[in-house]
Design a protein around this ligand. Structure first.
Ligand code: F3S
Length: 752
């Protein structure tokens, strides 16, 4: 176990630490004294304090030390800007950035890529230069989709990775616990803070039997999504096990783990097996495979490990499934699809078939799809629907270009898009239907929420395997079942498509294609990070001010928010995402969705210094300009929803001091603390009703101490002042964040 095996072929000095991991596990084992699931083994072997950590699934908060961080280009911007404000010379843990989300599909790969490089030049220049400066591996636009690149290069069995994208769990196909997080978590790990995760429950999926014919790995996860629904995996890791796991490819396992995000799972994971070894070997990492074999006992569940829930699937009986429309858990087996589609009035004609994305763009996926396309071509027919292909990486593109699948797709009538997210994330300039026109598309992607792909709420998007996409694209019909239905060849003779039976990996090895990786240079000190001062998309962050050491007296209530206030109400997405690298510009969306308790309206609040009603960000800016600190009063579960660090950065940037609520969503509460704000809750939730929007309040900051309540003195407009008791969850370390102005200021101080 003491070998020096590198984590990947790109970084000289980052090694896989199975020795340390097994030592940590031994400590935890001696404490827990029970068999462990594989998911637990990965997490517990990465504990910051294996001796002292509380460990109860679903209850404790684990402090972990991930092996790596990965960011995609949309989320990387604010993460890196924040990291920069800490003033550290380089990231504390291995990190990569991947340019995949900002490339719009319009007319085909090369031209779309060139256009994206032009439109997003300042973002790419910033990311490339910041990566070079802070020792981060940079994957240029055109390199491919983050999760495919991670699987091909960085994932390894037993590792722990966090990535700022929901489908990071794709790495579970190589036995890694790869977890999607918000930017704030990525910044922590880049800056060497431990990363906190509520100890997940573990859902076991036991696979038996063997797939054949038209069934493919995608059908396992579309089936599981139907069983567990979009909420069923929340707070849990899905752990596949059983003899069936040996029977299909590593990239197939990655597909399954990837789409585990659709059931809300923390991540999904497969145990290390020979199929993973084969993939490691094919991607030039045999040494990792050999090392994993030495440590193999710990790269799977212990005998007798117990799961919080257990699902069994017999692969020999599994049918292809088609999920949707509008939600990925509406699973219909192909044998029932025609009937169900008719009953629901889903449009029969398939307008577009789309394959690829991070979920399904392995060599095997492309090879199977090309075999089906070739079968159609051999019968003299082509795609009836429009057809697009998104290769997952430059390596996949180059390999299928060399091996002929790409030419087959083009002959079949397909358009090959850039190696990027494209239509999967809505980067699709779709021309074939009008907005509002009901229509059907089928794809091998993972998500199919309303409007996701083309912005048209009437588009019925179905998620399925690439094989089914091909079959339906040939038939042009959602009703088509290749297991039972016939097609007509060019002469009108009937025939049935042959189920694909092709290699999972290229016989001649992978062709790396063009060099799209930028390694950090040896001399990083002289690198200048490129941000134009006039940019409206990027802005260098200045550290927030430290606390002045005083109580905050006579603060106005910016808004008393009523009812649900999610991170989307606090920092809306949509068109605002363009500004996610520019804190001042994006702050113009602060709390514009929150409902003002005074008038029941959104984005209309009274400026207490002028008496005028105005937009929330405008009033906050006015207070800030006048040097007035303000507070927000919030309702239950304030800040629920996706972990969006902007929702905490914006109020801090616009001069907020405290957010006082009936309760918080935990991640948002922590994010506020990280930015140096005071998230506080009413000791008696009924006190929320005593506060009027035009009251002034004193926040007794000097009382802040671990486990002690704080006082808020309320000065009603007319009437006597009264005190309200507030609770908080700050620990000693977090109090330092408040005092220093932010968690990053605290890290920066420690480094000086
Ligand atoms: Fe990109 Fe779609 Fe995956 S947006 S990362 S291809 S889920």
């Amino acid at each position: 176990l003491d070998r020096k095996v590198r984590q990947n072929n790109w970084e000289e000095n980052n090694f896989i630490n199975y020795k340390k991991m097994s030592e940590n596990l031994a400590i935890v084992r001696s404490r827990l004294n029970r068999p462990l699931t594989y998911a637990e083994k990965i997490l517990y072997s990465h504990l910051d304090d294996p001796h002292g950590q509380d460990i109860e699934r679903g209850v404790s908060y684990l402090k972990l030390r991930p092996d790596r961080v990965a960011c995609q280009d949309a989320t990387a911007q604010m993460a890196i800007l924040q990291f920069m404000s800490a003033g550290m010379p380089s990231v504390a843990n291995p990190t990569t950035v991947h340019c995949d989300h900002l490339i719009e599909a319009q007319i085909g790969g090369a031209k779309d890529l060139a256009r994206a490089c032009d439109i997003n030049k300042e973002v790419y220049d910033f990311l490339a230069s910041a990566c070079a400066k802070y020792n981060i591996g940079f994957w240029k636009p055109g390199s491919g989709i983050i999760h495919q690149i991670l699987l091909e290069n960085y994932a390894f069995p037993g590792g722990l990775l966090i990535g700022t994208d929901s489908h990071t769990p794709n790495g579970g196909g190589l036995g890694m616990a790869a977890i999607g997080v918000g930017g704030a978590d990525a910044v922590d790990v880049m800056a060497n803070l431990p990363w906190e995760l509520k100890a997940p429950k573990v859902i076991g999926v036991r696979l038996t039997g063997q797939m054949s014919g038209w069934t493919s790995p995608k059908d396992i996860i579309t089936k599981v999504a139907g069983i567990l629904t979009v909420k069923g995996g929340t707070g849990a890791i899905v752990e596949y096990h059983g003899p069936g796991t040996e029977s299909f490819s590593c990239t197939g396992m990655a597909t399954i783990c990837n789409m585990g995000a659709e059931i809300g799972a923390t991540t999904s994971v497969f145990p290390f097996n020979d199929r993973m070894y084969d993939y490691l070997k094919a991607t030039k990492r045999q040494d990792i495979g050999d090392f994993a074999r030495v440590y193999a006992k710990e790269l799977r569940e212990d005998e007798g490990a117990e799961y919080d829930q257990l699902i069994e699937i017999n692969l020999s009986e599994l049918e292809p499934h088609v999920n949707g429309p509008f939600t990925p858990d509406l699973a219909t087996p192909i044998s029932k699809l025609k009937e169900v589609a008719k009953a629901n009035g889903w449009p029969e004609e398939v307008k577009v078939g789309l394959i690829g994305s991070c979920t399904n763009s392995s060599y095997e996926d492309m090879n199977r799809a090309a075999a089906i396309a070739q079968d159609a071509l051999d019968h003299g027919i082509k795609a009836k629907s429009l057809f697009t292909v998104t290769p997952g990486s430059e390596q996949i593109r180059a390999t299928i270009a060399r091996d002929g699948q790409l030419a087959t797709f083009e002959e079949f009538g397909g358009m090959v898009l850039a190696n990027a997210c494209g239509p999967c994330i809505g980067q699709w300039d779709r021309q074939d239907v009008k907005k509002g026109e009901a229509n059907t598309i089928v794809c091998s992607y993972n998500r199919n929420f309303t409007g996701r792909n083309d912005g048209n709420p009437a588009t019925h998007c179905f998620v399925t395997s690439p094989d089914m996409v091909l079959a339906m694209t040939i038939a042009g019909s959602l009703y088509f079942n290749p297991l039972t239905d016939k097609l007509k060849d060019k002469d009108g003779n009937e025939f049935m498509l042959t189920p694909p039976n092709v290699a999972a990996m290229p016989e001649r090895g992978y062709d790396p294609g063009q060099d799209t990786y930028q390694a950090p240079p040896k001399d990083r000190a002289s690198v200048n990070v490129q941000v134009s001062p006039s940019s409206d998309r990027l802005q260098i962050l200045s550290p927030f001010n430290a606390w002045d050491g005083k109580d905050a007296l006579d603060c106005p209530i910016l808004i008393k928010a009523q009812g649900k206030t999610t991170t989307d109400h606090i920092s809306m997405a949509g068109p605002w995402l363009k500004y996610r690298g520019h804190l001042d510009n994006i702050s113009n969306n602060m709390l514009i969705g929150a409902i003002n308790a005074e008038n029941g309206e959104a984005n209309k609040i009274k400026n207490t210094t002028t008496g005028e009603y105005d937009a929330v960000p405008a009033v906050a800016r006015d207070y800030k300009a006048k040097g007035i600190k303000w507070v927000v009063i919030g309702d239950w579960n304030y800040g629920e929803g996706s972990s969006r660090e902007h929702a905490a950065l914006e109020p801090r940037h616009l001069g907020g001091l405290a957010i006082v609520t009936r309760s918080f969503a935990r991640i948002h509460e922590t994010n506020l603390k990280k930015q140096g704000m005071l998230p506080l809750t009413f000791t008696d939730p009924a006190d929320y009703d005593k506060i009027r929007p035009d009251d002034r309040v004193d926040i007794m900051c000097t009382e802040l101490a671990v486990g002690k309540p704080m006082t808020m003195r309320v000065h009603p407009k007319d009437g006597e002042a009264f005190d309200v008791k507030l609770q908080h969850t700050f620990n000693a370390g977090q109090i330092e964040w408040f005092k220093n102005g932010s968690a990053l200021n605290t890290m920066a101080k420690a480094h000086k």
